[in-house]
Every structure is written in C-alpha cells, then in structure tokens.
Design a protein around this ligand. Structure first.
Ligand SMILES: Cc1ncc(COP(=O)(O)O)c(C=O)c1O
Length: 434
C-alpha cells in the first residue's frame, strides 16, 4: 500500500466540497410565485422584462435581451451584425465550440486565432494576419472570467471596420479598465447555464447600446417578426429568425441569483487569489495570473504543470494526466475543460458542415482554401495538454480552508513523486488522438 490515495493510502479530502449552484429559499419562492401567477412565457412577461432591464443596468448598456441559451445570445448578435454567407469571423482557438457555432449558424466561416500565454485569451498580435477582405467581425472570448485585451482588439476592429461581439459567457461581472465585460464591444453575449457565475439553469443574455443591432437581434430572436410591447401582433415575419425567447420560471430564478452575483464573485476572487499565493510557491505549478488593468471573476481556475521545473523528463501532457488522476483519488476536483484547440475538433477537420460543405463551400465566399492547421494553435495545444481546471471547488460557500487543503494535496503528490510517476495511465485520459 502506498501513501497516495490512488495506491490505497488515506484520502486527503474525505468530506468533499459543495457543488455549484446555490439554491436558497429566495429562489424557491421566486419560482413558486411564477407558478402562482400562471404567467410562464412571452417576450414581455414580467420577469423576462425585469431581468433585461436589471442586466442592462448591471453591465452598463442601453439594451438587453434574454434568450434560451448563451449560444442563442451569441447567434442573435452575429445575425444582428448582418453577418451572412461567405463572411469570415475571427474568434479564439481556446473557447467552447458554441462561439464558432454562432458564426456557422449564419453560414459564415469561423477563423481561429491562437491564444497568448498569460490570460489564455485570443492573442491580439496574431489577429491581423487572419484578416481578409471577407472578415466582418471579431468575437473575443473572456475565458474563465478574465477579460481580453479589449483596447488592442477595439483598435484593430476600428482599423479594419470590424464589429466586435464579446463572448462574455464565462465573465459575468468581470471588468476591463473598470468597465464591465459586455459593455466594451458593439454587442455581447452571456450564458446562464447551470455552471455559470450567474446561473438561471439554462439561458442567455444579449447586450448592446446600439439601437440598430438591438432591433435586428430582437427580430431574429422572435422568428423574424417585430413584436413590440403593447402593440397588436401582426404575424408578419420580415426575415428568417428563431424562437429564442426565455422562460419566466428561469428568468425569476436568474433575477434572485443576480442579487448575490457581486458578493459571490468577491468570494470566488478571494479563494482564487489565496490559492494562487499558495500554489506560486510550489515548483512546477503555474496558477492563473490576471493583468493589473482587469478583474477576473474566475469562472474556472486553470492550473498548468511544468514537470521540467522539477527536473523530470516526462511530457507535460502525461504528467498532467497523472496529477489529475492522483488528485481525484485524494477527493479533489481536477477537471479538463477542452481537450484540444477548437479548430482541431472533427467538425473543422472534416468540414462537412451542413452536409454539402457549407459554410466553407458556400459560393458567396472564398473559404474553400481555409484549413485549420495544428501549427496555427500551438499555444492553445500546450495549455489544454498541461493543465486542469477547478470550478465549484473555488466557488462559495467553499472557503479558504479548502484552498489550503488543495495546496496540501499538491504537496502530498510532490512529496511522493516516485509513486505518482508510477501511476499507469488510462490511454483515454490523455486523449492521444490529437
Ligand atoms: C465561452 C462560451 N461561449 C458560449 C457558451 C454557450 O453558452 P450556453 O451553454 O448557455 O449555450 C459557453 C457555455 O458554456 C461558453 O463557455
């Protein structure tokens, strides 16, 4: 029997940690009130309407629309920008695939840019080389709650006349130079799925201060009709649209969750900063770092590992896989979030698209020559290979004691390196395909 839990030793974290999200009596009452009211749906139902106003005020934009998901909020932004067949839109190689689906749903072509190594966000220095005459927009993704370098991105957008849509699906309440994410670009989208800092179960929020974008996005959200509050419905669709309205039960739930967002973000930040101070002192461990001009809300806390700092001759990917298995056995959260750069997913390698090769084969564009090559995303590849993420573990009500315990967990593995290095890897855990 070894010392590590994976080899039968004592488990370090036996009582576990609380899983996100939090549900209190207040959320239950809000949902029950909707049931009592029997108003469940509608573009102007009271909770949906109130949530839109409250979120527009919170972010600092003129307008907000709630939608059924973050993906649909992104899609109405892309459609609202007038993007269509043959257009190209730039986004990050390290994101959730939804950022690019929103582009392809308009029969437009996603063009991926590698990340920079501090924030793991799109590298602004690599954007210009991907711009062509077909490029219409940039979708920077504020990954894991850390804002992108928005000044640089807005500067490039201005130079080339591009629209900026912030994918803030992971960044509720984060700020860049004191401005809330979602208020810097032309439009923005947030996700409300159950994992998010602001959760409504499922759902999405679209923000803009541009009236034209707002009207266009609202039209496509409502099946291409123009539905105004208090005006008799005309049942006349002006264009192709979707049914992306939000539900009252979820809107009521989200509104209560919003009341605690700042307080809960502050606790996340406290946990994350405390853990970072601890992990910084351990050789071979690279905790996240946040540039001084922005505030992260740590939707995810990504930890990289560098075995060369420990004098070990093992690939970072294999080392990470062993650390991950050993940490899980000790009772800790140790997840992966994305196993490869998004453009290396089968969808982009096969390019079958809608079945006949669209959007790439679309005759309106010039994208047949666009291929997604591994050598364009080397930084992303390194990060997804050598890192794990923590989620609920750093979320409230979990506190500092658990952060100490996690650091102690890493120390335990480092003190028993021989045992850890001898862990046999399940080939599936290191995803050899990519
Ligand atoms: C960066 C990013 N973009 C878009 C989305 C899509 O949001 P949803 O799952 O609400 O559709 C997510 C959700 O996980 C995300 O993390």
């Amino acid at each position: 029997m070894g010392k590590l839990a994976i080899n039968g030793g004592g488990k370090l974290l036996s009582e576990g940690y609380m899983e996100w999200p939090i549900v209190t009596e207040k959320e239950k009452k809000a949902v029950m009130d909707v049931l009592e009211s029997r108003i469940f749906w509608g573009a102007y139902a009271p909770n949906a309407k109130a949530l839109q106003k409250e979120w527009a005020d919170y972010v600092g934009t003129e307008y907000c629309l709630c939608t059924g998901s973050g993906t649909s909020a992104l899609h109405i932004a892309v459609a609202g920008a007038g993007i269509g067949p043959g257009d190209e839109v730039i986004t990050s190689a390290l994101t959730f695939v939804a950022s690019s689906h929103a582009i392809m749903q308009q029969n437009a072509i996603p063009v991926f840019v590698d990340i920079e190594s501090v924030t793991y966000n799109i590298d602004p220095k690599k954007i210009r080389e991907k711009i062509t005459k077909n490029t219409k927009a940039i979708i920077p993704v504020h990954l894991h709650g850390t804002p992108c370098d928005m000044d640089e991105i807005m500067e490039i957008a201005k130079e080339y006349g591009l629209i900026v849509i912030e994918d803030a699906c992971q960044a509720h309440g984060a700020s860049y130079k004191k401005r809330k994410t979602g208020s810097v670009g032309d439009m923005a989208a947030f996700s409300l799925n159950g994992s998010k800092n602001l959760s409504g179960g499922e759902g999405g929020l679209f923000n803009t201060s541009n009236e034209e974008f707002f009207r266009k996005a609202r039209t496509v959200r409502d099946l291409g009709e123009v539905i105004e509050e208090g005006v008799e419905r005309d049942y006349n669709a002006f264009e192709i649209g979707w049914m992306y309205r939000y539900t009252e039960l979820n809107a009521a739930f989200t509104r209560v969750r919003l009341e605690s967002l700042d307080e809960e973000n502050a606790l996340r930040i406290k946990n994350a900063e405390y853990l970072t101070e601890k992990l910084k002192k351990i050789k071979g461990v690279i905790p996240p770092s946040v540039p001084e001009d922005r505030e992260s809300v740590f939707h995810l806390y990504r930890i990289r590992f560098d075995p060369s700092q420990l004098g070990l001759n093992i690939s970072p990917k294999e080392f990470r896989a062993k650390v991950q298995m050993a940490l899980r056995a000790e009772g800790f959260q140790a997840n992966r979030w994305q196993n490869r750069p998004v453009p290396m997913q089968t969808l982009f390698q096969d390019k079958k698209g809608y079945g006949n090769g669209c959007p790439w084969a679309c005759p309106f564009g010039n994208a047949k020559g666009i291929f997604y090559k591994a050598e364009d995303y080397t930084e992303t590849k390194k990060v997804v290979d050598d890192s794990i993420v923590l989620h609920s573990y750093i979320y409230p009500p979990n506190g500092i004691g658990l952060m100490d315990c996690f650091a102690a967990g890493i120390k335990k593995l480092w003190d028993n390196l021989d045992e850890m290095l001898a862990i046999k890897l399940d080939p599936a855990s290191i995803y050899t395909r990519d």
